[in-house]
Design a protein around this ligand. Sequence first.
Ligand code: G6P
Length: 356
Amino acid sequence: AREDGRRFAHHTRREIAEQPEALAATDAALKGLALPPDVVACDRFTVIACGSSLFAGATAREAIERAAGVTVDLEIASEFRDRAAPPRGIAILISQSGETADTIAAMARFRAAGLSTIGMVNVRESVIGRTAELVWPISAGQEIGVAATKSFTAQLLALMRFGIALGEARGTGDAAFRTRLARALDDLPRICTEAEAMEPIARILAERIAGEEEALFIGRGWGAALAQEGALKLKELSYIRAEGYPSGELKHGPIAVIREGSPVIVCTPGDAGQAKVLANASAVAARGAHLVALTDVGGAEAAAATAAETITMPGDALVAPFAQAVFLQLLAYHTAVVLGHDVDRPRNLAKSVTVE
Ligand code: G6P
């Protein structure tokens, strides 16, 4: 039982519920951390990670680039470790455990080239936590469920706070955006509590998805990255074949697999980015897909005109990645529960992959 007396059937479900605390603790851990001069001077960062940590980097990239006016590249650690291209700039290694072999190997390439590394870890006493020149920590608390939940949103928060701190220190990027984002992030514990309260809706959707053989998740910008995380979560926990795709790419292949009733989950913010996602989504709807749109209050009306179902998450477009992440976790969790799977220890998977 938790302090608030709630009991959960699985660690994974409890960890989904712990996101408000995990986010508040991460903010507390980051408070007062200063960026060293070489980081402030850098305008090109490479996020390197695996699994959900990689998708956290991908989801936060847009916010960092806008807040700080820098370029953020993304690299899959297992691919980057074998690349011939010389490392450039500063690496941001994102790893809950700090022990993922491929991420450690990618880090070694930066260090061998004499370049700085930033470790974003949950476990301070880990290889990446001990080796990185700068640790920009998350403080999500121990995560037992194999599938990342609270560590994912804590990584998103830490990355966005990094972008804000970097933009302020450099004096580059969009200052008004930084102010709005910083204020929105302060409100995250409440947003995540409200998102968790949408569990009954996630459960109903899970019952339908549990009867499907496949699911497609789409979005643009951060929504494309979050779509990949939503698909990964569903795969990991329910073993249903799921794909996350940038919606602008649908016409280059994935639209061919759409049949009558194919479930398509759309991650869309209620801001300027929405119209393009919805235009892409309506093209799959026209081929018979059953569209479920996740959005915020600003986007609900437009989404409802396109999607068969619209799920309006708490908060505005700035915090939409967090609210939608919580919902996607609940969706994957309940789909696995309906199917009777071992949610905390999915088949074939390990919490930390310490071999190449
Ligand atoms: C494994 C876990 C994932 C995790 C990934 C990266 O695949 O099952 O949940 O996202 O490793 O782990 P890391 O500790 O480096 O974040």
